[in-house]
Design a protein around this ligand. Structure first.
Ligand code: NAP
Length: 309
């Protein structure tokens, strides 16, 4: 089977598609034939070397977290899945491949209304948005929530989840992507590059920073007793204390419980995947080049060569 091998750090990182042995499903795991694979900014950051102190890579390295595909083998002790099931989930790495073996606990059955491409586009960002807003943020109906960086993979899902939860949704984007975010259900769309104007808005109960720049001014947009959730950089704890807010740094956990929690929203169409573009797996370098440029609205998804889309 074929997989992407990244052979060194770089921007762009050197990579190629190559034939590797098919993995085996260990006890507790599923072997999955991938039908679609999501691209995440983290894949590019790891390959660039920017995170090598924290998360060093061993080359050759196969990137990737988001998998949608068909179960080919069920490992010992796994219940609830059979060969031929259509599944999706977020794994710990190595998704840019025609087959992956990973813990069954990370996967859920793919909602039938979703294509494989749509399901792969959701796995990480939907779980991130849910865990940020609901698990850590404890978002309640009627609260004011601000999604900063709302046009990206996480932001587009967060806007829809917050709307479905009955919150008053403020969203920031560049002016180019304001229409998309308004169409997703944001009550107010603000310019993410104009923090001075943002400071004029009524304080929010919860702020999700999906732009990931760690701007300290964001802390002042939250009411005392409110919450700030970072999904990228460490929080400024002194600044949080000064402003009387809680600040949390979330690391997303792939989990069937989260995928099951969002299933009704996907089945009812209240939350829709935002697929921006697809590329063959063999053109991962081009997909990464696009991901690194501005104006990506939602997700880029890879399709193993020869797989029907
Ligand atoms: N902690 C975790 O476990 C976890 C999980 C998933 C993602 N992440 C991280 O979270 C971040 C967001 O992920 P993503 O998949 O949503 O990324 P993404 O699709 O690249 O979205 C990021 C958004 O940030 C906005 N942005 C870019 N430059 C900006 C600026 N100068 N000011 C304000 N907004 C700006 C962009 O919006 P415009 O186009 O409107 O400018 C873009 O849509 C990434 O850094 C990712 O690595 C962390």
């Amino acid at each position: 089977m074929n997989a992407i091998h990244v052979t060194d750090y770089g921007t762009p990182a050197p990579m190629h598609l190559t034939d590797v042995p098919t993995p085996h499903a260990a006890p507790g795991e599923l072997l999955i034939a991938t039908r679609a694979i999501g691209v995440n900014p983290l894949d590019l950051k790891l390959a660039s070397g920017a995170m090598r102190q924290m998360m060093p890579l061993h080359f050759p390295w196969t990137p990737g977290l988001d998998v949608a595909g068909v179960v080919e083998h069920v490992g010992k002790g796994v219940t609830g899945f059979t060969v031929g099931d259509e599944v999706y989930g977020m794994i710990a790495g190595g998704a840019y491949a025609e087959k992956v073996a990973a813990p069954a606990a990370l996967f859920a059955h793919k909602p039938s209304a979703l294509s494989f491409v749509e399901a792969a586009s959701l796995a990480t960002v939907l779980q991130t948005a849910w865990q940020a807003l609901m698990t850590v943020g404890d978002l309640q109906a009627g609260q004011r929530v601000l999604i900063h960086g709302a046009s990206g993979g996480v932001g587009t899902l967060a806007v829809q989840l917050a709307r479905a939860a009955g919150a008053h949704v403020l969203a920031t984007t560049s002016p180019d992507t304001a229409d998309l975010v308004r169409d997703l259900g944001a009550d107010e769309v603000l310019n993410s590059r104009d923090l001075a104007a943002l400071s004029q808005t009524e304080p929010v109960d919860l702020l999700l920073d999906a732009a990931g720049l760690g701007q300290p001014d964001l802390y002042r947009l939250i009411r005392r007793g409110g919450r700030f959730i970072s999904i990228t950089l460490p929080t400024h704890d002194a600044l949080a204390a000064e402003n009387g807010i809680e600040a949390h740094k979330l690391t997303t956990r792939g989990s069937r419980e989260t995928l099951d929690a969002v299933r009704p929203l996907l089945e009812s169409g209240q939350v829709k995947p935002q697929v921006f573009q697809t590329y063959p797996l063999s053109e991962t370098a081009a997909a990464w080049q696009r991901q690194a440029q501005p104006g990506v609205r939602g997700k880029i998804v890879l399709i193993p060569d020869g797989t029907p889309a």
